[in-house]
Write a new protein. Structure first.
Length: 442
């Protein structure tokens, strides 16, 4: 994590203060359950909450103890004993370090996911607003980067909305997948701690008890979780890449908002670069970087090893903090995106009507031509227009005129029938149907 790509609410979840507070709550809730079961005195559980609950844990002191013990959980428990006093001997009864570490990690991931879901809602709201704003703004659709047939800019936004709506559903599932806790003791057998303690602690922390935890919570859960974050990052990159292409000088159908006083280049004062979406492309790569290590963490030795530990200490905070920042940044980009409908229409017109080639092809086949002959007739006229575009950068030959002057085409189609196939509204007639599918509104 670096401050440049971090937002404070997410950073706070992963702070040492937050971590040690969760560690304490795990231990204290366990003490409550142990007291209820008669394993430890009720007064001891009460004292642990009273003294530990009001304490400010000394991070430097815990680090000092860890330098000697070489064990982070023992360092914390030692410091807690300094705060609580003699009743601290009842803390961590029958538990193992993984009970604290794994349960805490999942609590942090759940808290992080709740922030990410809030981010997702804000992004969806921004995309939806822009989709309806440009529902009927005609632009050219592209395949392989080449002009294909007309769409609307609103449809581009609707597609993005549907994609991120799926991402939100996946993230909700990932939250449920990761929201488990384990207080099962060494090798997960509950030999030294009652399973009811685990149930109590999990419920108190808003988790489910892990059905079988060996000595650790199974890491297939975490693999799925981080894979989900990776998919969300890829969706961010897809939309960011679309905007980057649309902002290219030769296209310039949309661009990132350029604020007063903003500078695009240290050398060239004329530049207005897509820096935010380029940044998002890079951040997406960082988020996806966690997916393979998370999957490799699944294969631990026997009931437990700690090969996953160093990985998770990094990818937990780094990935969630980065994705939180990226979602917020993308929301800002969409919210302020500058759209140029006139430029969109101008770009489409540069190819002299070629965007209607399929309609002519279909009309010819419906009029009796074989598909092979129809394709040949349309293509030979289209290539005249295409060749003129390659020379001048804008078609000097008109597709409609060429078709009207082609006797072979006219053997099948009248002038009126040809002209009728050049109606842009034909391509957008089902936009409302698609919007209703996406947004569920008429």
């Amino acid at each position: 994590m670096i401050p440049r790509y971090s937002r404070q609410d997410m950073v706070d979840i992963w702070s040492p203060e937050s971590k040690f507070r969760i560690w304490f709550e795990i231990e204290a809730h366990a003490c409550d359950a142990l007291a209820e079961l008669g394993v430890i005195p009720q007064d001891a559980a009460k004292t642990i909450w009273e003294k530990g609950g009001s304490a400010t844990f000394d991070i430097d002191r815990i680090d000092e103890i860890e330098r000697e013990t070489k064990h982070d959980v023992i360092a914390f428990l030692t410091h807690l004993a300094e705060i609580v006093g003699p009743d601290a001997r009842f803390v961590h009864q029958g538990m193992t370090s993984s009970d604290v570490l794994d349960t805490c990690f999942n609590v942090q991931l759940v808290k992080a996911t709740d922030l990410l879901l809030e981010d997702m809602d804000k992004l969806l709201e921004a995309i939806k607003r822009r989709a309806y704003e440009h529902k009927d703004t005609v632009t050219i659709g592209r395949s392989h980067g080449i002009h294909a047939e007309p769409v609307t800019f609103g449809l581009k936004m609707a597609q993005a909305y549907a994609e991120f709506d799926r991402c939100k559903a996946r993230l909700q599932n990932a939250r449920e997948e990761i929201a488990t806790g384990a207080i099962s003791g060494a090798v997960g057998t509950f030999a030294n701690i009652d399973p009811r303690v685990e149930e109590h602690v999990a419920k108190a922390l808003g988790l489910q008890a892990e059905p079988v935890s060996t000595q650790v919570i199974p890491r297939d859960r975490h693999a799925m979780y981080f894979a989900t974050l990776g998919v969300i990052a890829s969706s961010i990159e897809r939309l960011a890449t679309e905007i980057r292409h649309l902002q290219r000088t030769e296209v310039l159908e949309a661009e990132e908002f350029f604020s007063k006083g903003q500078k695009g280049s240290s050398a060239m004062p004329h530049k207005r670069n897509p820096v935010l979406t380029e940044n998002l492309t890079g951040l997406a790569r960082l988020v996806r970087m966690s997916t393979v290590p998370a999957m490799e963490n699944v294969a631990l030795w026997h009931e437990r090893d700690i090969s996953h530990s160093s990985v998770e200490r990094m990818i937990g905070p780094d990935t969630t903090v980065t994705l939180d920042f990226a979602l917020a940044r993308l929301t800002g980009v969409i919210d302020k995106l500058v759209v140029y409908p006139e430029r969109m229409m101008g770009n489409m017109d540069r190819l002299g009507g070629l965007v209607h080639s399929q309609r002519i092809l279909l009309a010819l086949t419906q009029a009796g031509s074989s598909r092979e002959d129809a394709y040949r007739l349309v293509q030979r006229n289209a290539m005249k227009v295409w060749d003129s575009y390659q020379v001048a950068g804008s078609a000097s030959v008109d597709f409609l005129t060429e078709l009207l002057n082609d006797e072979d085409v006219r053997n099948y189609l009248s002038e009126e029938e040809i002209r009728d196939r050049f109606d842009l509204g034909y391509h957008t007639k089902n936009v409302d149907v698609i919007f209703e599918r996406v947004f569920g509104e008429s």
